[in-house]
Design a protein around this ligand. Structure first.
Ligand code: NAP
Length: 510
């Protein structure tokens, strides 16, 4: 039975419990209570104990704690990997979640050490003269908010999802209150257990709610923050919650996304860039069984190449072994649940399935009647304007090849996704790249231009890097995470200070 970490001790929940199944075997891994300890008390402790303890440290000192923590967690990777398998993750999938999460912590530690001052206040921009006589001026400062940083996470990244929010909140000086998604909360809980045991964090700086949200949202104040990752319907419910909206609680959402990858019209079937495009589609469909918010759902290709692309992706998918995530031969594990099959059915009304049977898959070293196994499903559209292609997100190993006829048309089609986290452009032409960047950027949080000149070092379409923005407009939630030190701004109040320039100069810690 999972417990919550509240008021610096592990506490039991109450009431009915829900069994959490191993994604591959259906066996119960853990149970989670529907009702946790009081979220109001959890938040109060974070605000009154965690906040002051964190704000007593300088930005640089907090970076030092994160560095020690990243090192400590690295020593537990094998244990995390073993439990991660039960979420359906292969070792490759776990690299993105566990290794990627600890790596994100390490990047924030090192950037924080290099870029943040040994002070309690950040200066933002230059002194702005406001009077002709030189006796009156203004400048902005950034200072930690006094509340708790509440983080509600999705099931697909139980470790990375927590650490990518915790790291900037901690650096900024705010205590974190983490609510993992129930489905995979046991892995988040194990990592929190190891963090707590390390004794590295100041008291009150991390709490974990393993239960339903209870009174979490009702207990928020205007000095707290709320960060959310998950579906757009939950994002909407949180954004419009009377306390969140009524008290103007700073809110950030990372939601659904119908990401695209565009093959440039300059690429020919026999070129290395064609192979890069195809390999990337196969990778994005199969890593984490396509349960990645950044995965490619729409593969836009010049109309004359649609058949060749579909054939090449088919060949790539045909060699992917689906099955037991613990087996080294397995290329793709099970999904967290088979609910996504319905979405595939709706897509199949708008496009033809060219690879995979949503109702059947041969599995390796596993029992397909017990695990949530789904074949990769590739669709090919002959009607690029069909609404379903641009509106239905099958959160699994599902992608559609969609033909286009010109750059203006593909820019318009991409925009029908109504805002995405990540897009990629595979082209060797600087002109094509420039036109597509100009057309796509207003709809995207991140764009990758891939070709044989950068492929060897490319981190790939789907990987959110701590140095760069993760977030996107519209359907993607309208939020902004990561992006290096920019992520701290969610947890900091920006205040304009006006006064004599000599006074403003004293704000500068250097
Ligand atoms: P979800 O159902 O929206 O749940 C997300 C989180 O919200 C879970 O922790 C859930 O808790 C919690 N939650 C649900 N209702 C709540 C409420 N009324 N108050 C407070 N918390 C509440 O989404 P999901 O099924 O876990 O995740 C899949 C979706 O997330 C996909 O659509 C995917 O596109 C999106 N996603 C986006 C990103 C991104 O970075 N943009 C990353 C990953 C996933 P319980 O689990 O306990 O219900």
């Amino acid at each position: 039975m999972l417990r919550s970490y509240s008021q610096d001790r592990w506490q039991d929940g109450t009431g009915e419990a829900v069994a959490l199944a191993d994604a591959a075997t259906g066996e119960t891994v853990a149970s989670i209570p529907r009702t946790g300890p009081s979220a109001a008390l959890m938040l109060e402790h974070a605000r009154t104990v965690g906040g002051p303890a964190l704000r007593a440290l300088t930005f640089a000192e907090r970076a030092g704690v994160l560095k020690a923590l990243a090192k400590r967690l690295s020593g537990h990777i094998d244990e995390f990997v073993a439990l991660s398998t039960r979420t359906g993750a292969t070792r490759r999938d776990t690299t993105v979640d566990v290794d990627g999460g600890i790596g994100t912590l390490a990047v924030y530690a090192s950037k924080g050490t290099r870029e943040l001052p040994a002070s309690h206040v950040l200066l933002d921009g230059p002194v702005e003269p406001l009077g002709k006589g030189g006796t009156f001026a203004g400048r902005h400062i950034l200072i930690p908010r006094l509340g708790a940083a509440v983080q509600v996470n999705a099931f697909n990244f139980p470790v990375w999802g927590m650490l990518e929010k915790f790291a900037p909140a901690f650096l900024a000086g705010m205590p974190s209150v983490v609510k993992p998604a129930s489905q995979t909360a046991y892995l988040t809980a194990l990592v929190v257990e190891r963090i707590v045991e390390s004794g590295l964090l100041p008291p009150g700086s991390l709490s974990l709610l393993c239960a339903g949200p209870g009174d979490l949202l009702d207990s928020l104040t205007s000095q707290d923050t709320l960060s959310f990752t998950g579906s757009s319907s939950t994002a909407y419910a949180l954004r419009t919650h009377p306390v969140v909206a009524g008290r103007a609680v700073p809110f950030n959402a990372e939601a659904d996304s119908l990401n695209c990858s565009i093959l440039g019209p300059d690429v020919t079937v026999d070129s290395p860039d064609f192979s890069l495009y195809v390999a990337q589609i196969v990778t994005e469909m199969t890593v984490k069984a396509g349960q990645k918010c950044t995965a490619i759902r729409r593969a836009f290709v010049p109309a004359p190449l649609a058949g060749a692309v579909a054939d090449a992706v088919y060949a790539g998918l045909a060699s992917v072994v689906v099955g037991n995530p613990a087996s080294p031969q397995t290329g793709m594990g099970p999904l967290a649940s088979l609910a996504q099959r319905d979405e595939v059915g709706k897509l199949a009304e708008a496009a033809r399935i060219v690879f995979g049977d949503p109702g059947h898959v041969e599995v390796h070293e596993a029992d397909d009647s017990r695990g949530a196994f789904l074949s990769p499903v590739l669709l090919r559209s002959h009607d690029p304007s069909a609404a379903a292609l641009h509106e239905i997100e099958a959160f699994g190993p599902v992608s559609t090849v969609i033909p286009y006829t010109g750059l203006d048309s593909v820019i318009e089609l991409a925009a029908r996704g109504d805002g995405s986290l990540a897009g990629s452009i595979v082209t060797g032409s600087g002109d094509v790249a420039a036109s597509l960047i100009a057309g796509l950027a207003p709809w995207h949080g991140r764009l990758l231009v891939l070709n044989s000149s950068d492929a060897a070092e490319s981190t790939g379409h789907g990987v959110a890097m701590p140095q760069l923005l993760h977030g996107g407009p519209g359907r993607a939630g309208g939020g902004a995470e990561l992006g290096g030190m920019r992520a701290l701004e969610h947890y900091l109040q920006r205040t304009a200070i006006q006064g004599h320039p000599d006074l403003l100069a004293t704000l500068d810690p250097s």
